[in-house]
Ligand binder design. Structure first.
Ligand code: FES
Length: 129
């Protein structure tokens, strides 16, 4: 794919976010902000038989942060929790498909940070990325 197609993918996820919303009740729920801008993302997970049975995200942020969270929900839905715990920032950045400048890295990784914090507990979220 060319760069422009990747950009289209980001714009498409921003304009038509997948799995947008909240889950109540949820097995894991967490929200956090990008400390640089104050934008917020929340992710809710429902786990059945150690798999992500349902996932939703919500929040407000830039196109990169929200598109990235939307893409992340598609990456994890239906997957075993153990696999999702092992997701790295490189896995997500590869899925985004566009070069992310250092300034936008926290935008792109906000959803993953929130997801990990929800699963692992706040204290280890940054260590696990
Ligand atoms: Fe706030 Fe990107 S500018 S998350």
């Amino acid at each position: 794919m060319t760069d422009s197609i990747y950009r289209e993918v980001i714009l498409d996820h921003y304009r038509n976010p997948r799995n947008k919303g909240t889950l109540d009740p949820a097995d894991y729920s967490y929200e956090d902000t990008n400390p640089l801008c104050g934008d917020e993302v929340r992710i809710d997970l429902r786990v059945v038989d150690d798999r992500i049975a349902d996932v939703k995200f919500s929040g407000r942020g830039c196109a990169v942060s929200l598109a990235s969270a939307s893409i992340l929900t598609e990456m994890v839905e239906g997957r075993p929790l153990a696999e999702v715990k092992g997701l790295t920032k490189d896995d997500l950045l590869e899925e985004l498909g566009i070069p992310v400048s250092p300034a936008r890295l926290k935008c792109a990784l906000l959803g993953l940070k929130v997801l990990k914090a929800g699963i692992y507990g706040v204290a280890h979220a940054d260590d696990e990325l």
